[in-house]
Design a protein around this ligand. Sequence first.
Ligand code: 13P
Length: 340
Amino acid sequence: MNHDLASIATALVAKGKGILAADETVPTLTKRFDALGIQSTEESRRTYREMLFVGAAEFISGVIMYDETIRQKSSGGVPLAQLLSDQGILPGIKVDTGAKHLAGSSDEKITEGLDGLRDRLSEYRAMGACFAKWRAVIRIADRLPSTACVSANAHALGRYAALCQEQHLVPIVEPEVLMDGSHTIERCEEITGVVLHAVFQALFEQRVVLEHMLLKPNMVTAGMACSRPAKVQEIAVATLRCLRRHVPAAVPGIVFLSGGQNDRTATAHLNTINQLPGPKPWKISFSYGRALQDPALTAWDGRDENLKLGQQALYHRARCNGAASLGTYTDQMEAASAGG
Ligand code: 13P
């Protein structure tokens, strides 16, 4: 495996490809399984992840795993990280230990996981990981986010990214401004700008090499409970404007999270952003979790006889998003059946 950080960062945003985020913690994946009545066991989670990891390499450059998964083997006895690299997919790993209550704030979170991180990164690299992910969450409300929340999370992202590069892993820096709430798209743009500014300041202070990282931001959208939902074009324009203002051109790629958008909407937004005129100094692609996985999870439904259907559903979404990363996604492509 080539551990040159610049090549890994570039390979993750190779033409027409993006990242599959499959790094849900056990409680989160269990919640998703529960919603469909699927039993969550170490074995059922392994089966599900193996299903996702095979068959969509044409459009998937990397997969983000959770600690449990990177330690598991396929049904054929191959470590799952190797199953990925054998298909030319870069294995990645979530390394934060979750968003916890921020002391001194009424309803905000700080992402933890810096203690012992150097040793964990070194272990993951030995297990085949090429890149890592750390997610910070920022909530918008009348008087939120607080400066304390933004700066503490930005600082942690900076410390994490510097440690990753020291340990020869490409950091994916994920500051997520949540869609929860009734805020307008204008307010989301303002806060996303504030957060990105703080994050790049922290990355600069911690001497993070921008060419050796990727940014995983939210799109600029209205809150889910906003009385004036934003249109696709409006979201694309606001998102690209905000990124142009706050993300240095040295960053090789921006890979969006889906954040609760439905699968087709997330694809349409990515496509429209890539179709907008004007300079785009970074590759713009996806690192979706729910928007890639949801149809595959539903099609699988926990049954061995549906594994193929699950893979076909993932292939279809990955193909549509791969096209959206080039601005060539169409309704006809969407209409082609998942199996077609
Ligand atoms: P969603 O695309 O479901 O938001 O997940 C992406 C992710 O990795 C969240 O950390």
